[in-house]
Design a protein around this ligand. Sequence first.
Ligand code: ADE
Length: 245
Amino acid sequence: MRFEVITIFPEVFSGWLSKGILAKAIKKGLFEVRVHNLRDFTLDKHHQVDDRPFGGGEGMVLKPEPIFRAVEAVRCSEKAEIVLLTPQGEKFDWKIAEEFSQCPQIILICGRYEGVDERVSEYLATREMSIGDFVLTGGELAAMVIIDAVSRLIPGVIGKEEAVKKESFFQHYFDYPQYTRPRTFKGYPVPDVLLSGNHAKIEKWRRKKALEKTWQKRPELIKAKVLSPEEKQLLDEIIKERKEK
Ligand code: ADE
């Protein structure tokens, strides 16, 4: 799997990609990120990537030719997704992340806030993607968000413990609460069950807490899901306990 980023600020990716889990996974060859400077795909001597809008108005618009040229140069799969990052796009979520993780090549075109020539979204991009209902100054942070969320779904990228969570019950829920030493901090104790050494009990507690947290914070995620008998039972217990409180 390979990500290709097309941007006018290629340098902002290097620090981020050189640290942590993603850097290790890239070193292991589990996926690749290639960052391309849009200016390298211009043909004029000033390497101009933007121009004034037809019809007048403020600001500059990213020109179509360098973007088309960049995509044509880096595309190496019929199945590549060509993604324009824009606040008008489809909202990125875990389902799209899963879909992208199966894709051999994802080309991320970072727009600028003033605009991108409409022919890019009309005739070049296979998808337009937004990371939320807010406007960033450019698509670079959105590209990082997508690369981060997608790459952790590639087998081997995250550690064993995380992988177990991903495959199992926990995939559709927020993380269960985690604690580390000290056992008591400022008088606040760690739940007894986690110190019990009883693995079955701990597992059940974690499942229940993951479900409870999700139900409290984002009930619509649970309502949209067909619950297994185990999940139904845990949810009944949670509701009952909350009524008793
Ligand atoms: N570019 C500017 N705002 C954006 C957003 N919310 N998502 C993706 N790309 C963007």
